[in-house]
Ligand binder design. Sequence first.
Ligand code: DGL
Length: 279
Amino acid sequence: MYALPQLPDDRRPLPIGIFDSGIGGLTVARALAQALPNEDFVYFGDTAHMPYGEKSVAALQAYSIKITEMLLKQPCKAIVIACNTASATAYELVREYVGTRALVANVIEPTVAYLAGTFAGKRVGLIGTRQTVQTNAYLRRLQDQGATVELHSLATPLLAAMIEEGFYANNVSREAIHTYLSQPELEGIEALVLACTHYPLIKPQIEAFYQGQAVEVLDCSVLVARRVAQALGQHLLLNPKQTPGTFRFFVSDYTRSFEASSRLFFGQEVHLELYPLWR
Ligand code: DGL
């Protein structure tokens, strides 16, 4: 295990760490950068182990702790688990591991808070990876809060791979989306939670599917960015500098295609640096 650095007295100038199974979490990074333009960020995509959606809970927890250790080593003042699958399976463990060394945020809680406040007693759908759906993480948190939202989840494992292949606005993606959203689990819903980093890219096609129906399609990245900004403010951790923030992007395995796809998710050119997790 690495020796972790001594934290400075003033943590406000430190970067915010973000991690995901790969490059899909750049949708969350993008929303965070928009909400917090003066913050510096360190992004880690575990491209060597993606997709997380099909991995065991034990493996996901081990990867998440290893990445957290890397982000603490920077050191980061906050760690945002941008991946739904990692949030569903490793958040509590990561929070325990980090202790008071940094704030820890996940992508589930802000969405759950919004659902509880907006869709009480209503039928809401959720799509995500197999592991996100199997763990019932959203439903458990809703129940913990005593929320009466009627949540119906559907695993849609083809979608993330499809989007990574660049199929997010063509006939193939339209067919796949149509097939999944027509499943009985999602009948009669008033909102659909996009519980996967990749899905903001297919939000327009999903909205087109529901055209004419009152179904709110929820992009969690915006809710997460708002929540992180609020938490930093509450803990007096906002960066006081007035200049634009910087980004460093690390991946555990590098290929050119990762770098090319990164543009899709982040909306601008990204330079990926290789950082093998076990070295
Ligand atoms: N990042 C994952 C999530 O949000 C999706 C891709 C994967 O399976 O690794 O759940």
